[in-house]
Design a protein around this ligand. Structure first.
Ligand SMILES: Cc1cc2nc3c(=O)[nH]c(=O)nc-3n(C[C@H](O)[C@H](O)[C@H](O)COP(=O)(O)OP(=O)(O)OC[C@H]3O[C@@H](n4cnc5c(N)ncnc54)[C@H](O)[C@@H]3O)c2cc1C
Length: 394
């Protein structure tokens, strides 16, 4: 039985061939090696080539879009900065003043202007609305002071989608204003953070940064509504269920697990044990490999926030199990002597840990599932007013 969502007719086949040619030309071994080395999530030549094709924000039908997405992902194209740019663009299109929109849109589509997400702060973390970075009005400008962490891709971008506190005297969600702050402005300082997962992200300091009011997105103190669109998209994805889109935002992580699993199956078929048998001859090895294969497919088939949690947990548990099966050489990083299958399991195992954190931790996603999917009340956490009011806090 054919479970394909669409039959590839001649035109779609021709498009797939065009995409394959593009990927072969622009997502080369050198591009992949550079990404493994830097963890930057970006390659300028690739990004510009995407712009030349009209693929920064592709106006393609859903089948073509899926062909493009899957080909880029299968080739391991470094596209984190592309994805943050796309997320922010929707807010720019909706909330930026007409002249700013007209100035930026063609540059974004050509690949010359890129956006990163300036939400997380050292003290606030998951609680984005607790942002302390201050913006104070001074005539036609705003003066910004504060610090953000984990501003991924800031070194590749021209603007950050920055959440600031403009009124500390009102409830936290009501005193926030969003800016598209030009990162070249004096007073902006970007420093690298290298994660255990191999990603490069950043700490960004804002010291008396003067930003013209034209870079404000949406109303003063109305920033939470501006942020919600990109944030919801990051949490829930586009929500398509027609078989032509990922069901959850972690699906690409699950496909990384598939690659690690395929390498482990090759190992199980070819390695020799002292008695001459292959690991695959051992039923416990087959069961362990089979369980990981089932977990990956179940995670890919789980929608929305549940899928995001499931993928992350599958990757963390499964990559550890694969390392345990293959042995210590699976932990040798790419490029080291004796490294196994190009370091795929070392990479997957380290990368897995961050998937439980960025874009919202799995605990925060569990809260989202409880409240927004199951309709349960807001959780009452230690220190919250409800708990203190009930006299149960110590
Ligand atoms: C590689 C990487 C890239 C990132 N990229 C970006 C980016 O581009 N832009 C950006 O703004 N941020 C980015 N982040 C930040 C990321 O979104 C935050 O790290 C994440 O939201 C968690 O915040 P925190 O690290 O401060 O942890 P905290 O919020 O301090 O959480 C600490 C612990 O408490 C738990 N916790 C917190 N609140 C709750 C709650 N309400 N209920 C239950 N448990 C809770 C958490 O699950 C966690 O275990 C990135 C992070 C990483 C690691």
């Amino acid at each position: 039985m054919d479970f394909s969502a669409v039959v590839l007719d001649d035109e779609l086949e021709a498009f797939a061939a065009e995409v394959r040619e593009f990927v072969a030309a622009h997502v080369t071994d050198e591009v992949r090696a550079e990404e493994r080395r830097t963890g930057s999530g970006f390659n300028l030549a690739l990004h510009k080539a995407m712009g030349a094709k009209g693929w920064i924000v592709p106006r393609l039908d859903r089948a073509r879009l899926r062909i493009l997405e899957l080909a880029l992902e299968a080739a391991d194209a470094p596209l984190i900065t592309l994805s943050t740019t796309r997320l922010v663009l929707s807010a720019v299109e909706r909330y930026a003043a007409a002249d700013l929109r007209a100035e930026l849109l063609p540059k974004v589509l050509a690949g010359d202007v890129r956006f990163c997400l300036g939400y997380t702060e050292p003290d606030g973390g998951s609680d984005i609305a607790a942002a302390k970075t201050r913006a104070v009005r001074d005539g036609d400008e705003w003066v910004v002071n504060g610090q953000k962490v984990f501003t991924t891709g800031a070194q590749n971008c021209q603007y950050t989608f920055l959440i600031t506190r403009t009124d500390p005297s009102v409830p936290k969600h009501k005193g926030l204003t969003m800016f598209l702050l030009p990162l070249e402005t004096p007073g902006v300082e970007i420093g690298p953070i290298h994660t255990v997962g191999g990603e490069r992200t950043n700490v960004v300091y804002y010291g008396d940064v003067r930003v013209p009011d034209r870079y404000r997105l949406g109303p003063v103190n109305g920033g939470w509504a501006v942020l919600r669109g990109p944030l919801d998209e990051e949490h829930f994805g586009a929500g398509h269920t027609d078989g032509l889109a990922d069901l959850n935002i972690g699906s690409s992580w699950a496909r990384l697990q598939r690659r690690g699993l395929a390498a482990a199956v090759r190992w199980a078929r070819t390695a020799r044990r002292p008695d001459g048998s292959h690991p695959i001859d051992d039923p416990t090895v087959r069961v362990r490999l089979g369980r990981i294969a089932l977990d990956v497919e179940a995670a890919l088939g789980t929608p929305g926030p549940m899928g995001r949690v499931r993928v992350s947990e599958t990757l963390i548990r499964g990559s550890a199990d694969l390392v345990d099966l293959v042995g210590p050489e699976a932990l040798l990083p790419q490029g080291t002597e004796g490294c196994w299958e190009d370091g795929i399991l070392d990479y997957a195992h380290r990368f897995a840990q961050g998937t439980a954190i960025y874009g919202g931790t799995t605990e925060v996603f569990r809260n989202i599932i409880a409240q927004h999917v199951l309709g349960l009340p807001r959780p009452v956490l230690p220190g919250s007013k409800a708990l203190v009011g009930a006299g149960t806090a110590r």
